[in-house]
Design a protein around this ligand. Structure first.
Ligand code: CP
Length: 324
């Protein structure tokens, strides 16, 4: 267990060592047990987390806010449209000023080409830890919650085949951040990770290179597959969700048109039957029901989507208690 994490930012899991990530999972399990037992755990009494959203959220906002209350502190909700950000508050004002009021700053900024740079700039200006609630490139707390969910349901990720797959969705061009964070974290834990996606839905080359290096170091594997059904075959974990073709075009309308070529990339019972018989189905939510995944799968016996959503609470509390 690592005990030196006070003051650390969580922008990507890649910047934390494996021992440090193990500590997060260990503390998350402890906090989950304490909550189940009704045991108070006010580890952040009188501390305040500023939560700044540039994009909508259900789970992230609710779980950070509930988590801070359960830790004895307070979460302050701010959004970009009702602050003075539109009138000139820069990353420097946000980092300097919120860093002086608060004990941590959590930010969701998913605009392509902006989000990660913005969060890093705020972190540079802030005297308190900055937590990435999702940017254009990474969604570290989703990946940590998913790692905990996989460990709970499937055990040690080593030797598990995890299929991180593109799926079609009609609602909007979702960020690539979940897929990138999943392949980065699960390769750290020695899983055999498949990235299954049509050619237009590639991820960032540097992330693919890091995933390859991670897999080599952890004695797992990382491969890229372009056939939806092929990716499903024998998988222990089916993690199929939509994302946009940002690496192919930065025009969202064009990206939507490209997506229309892949409307048959839907996770249904026929596809799940290609996976291992005990496979679990995962999705970070929100899902486009009966477009991205059928009701039968997302509400079916293989689905672990609510456990994933719950585990957001526990891993976030762990990181906040360790860093703030
Ligand atoms: N999975 C996730 O981040 O959900 P929200 O967008 O609702 O926060």
């Amino acid at each position: 267990m690592q005990t030196h994490l006070r003051g650390r930012d969580m922008i990507t899991t890649q910047e934390w060592t494996k021992d440090e990530l193990d500590t997060v999972i260990d503390v998350a399990v402890d906090l989950k047990r304490r909550r189940a037992l009704g045991e108070p755990h006010p580890l952040l009494r009188d501390k305040v987390l500023a939560m700044l959203f540039f994009f909508s959220s259900t789970r992230t906002r609710a779980s950070f806010e509930a988590g801070m209350a359960q830790l004895g502190g307070h979460a302050m909700f701010l959004d970009s449209t009702s602050t003075q950000i539109g009138h000139g508050d820069t990353w420097r004002e946000i980092g300097e000023i919120l860093g002086r009021y608060d004990d941590g700053i959590a930010i969701r900024q998913v605009d392509w080409g902006i989000g990660n740079d913005y969060i890093r700039a705020v972190a540079e200006a802030s005297r308190t830890p900055v937590l990435n609630m999702q940017c254009d490139w990474y969604h570290p707390f989703q990946a940590l919650a998913d790692l905990l969910t996989i460990i709970e349901h499937k055990g040690d990720p080593r030797n598990l085949t995890v299929n991180v797959s593109y799926a079609y969705a009609a609602s909007y061009q979702k960020p690539i951040s979940v897929a990138q964070s999943e392949i980065l974290l699960l390769t750290r834990y020695g899983a055999n990770v498949r990235l299954t996606r049509p050619p237009e839905f590639t991820l960032m080359p540097e992330i693919l290179a890091q995933a390859t290096e991670n897999a080599k170091a952890a004695h797992g594997s990382f491969e890229v597959i372009e056939d939806f059904d092929e990716g499903m075959k024998g998988a222990d974990v089916v993690y199929a969700k939509s994302w946009g073709s940002m690496l192919t075009t930065d025009d969202l309308d064009e990206s939507a048109k490209i997506s229309e070529r892949y409307t048959d990339w839907i996770t249904d019972e026929r596809r799940m039957a290609m996976a291992d018989g005990d496979a679990i189905y995962m999705h970070p939510l929100p899902a486009d029901r009966n477009i991205e995944v059928t009701d039968e799968v997302i509400d079916g016996p293989h689905s672990r989507v609510f456990d994933q959503a719950e585990n957001r609470l526990h891993v976030q509390k762990a990181v906040m208690a360790l860093t703030m």
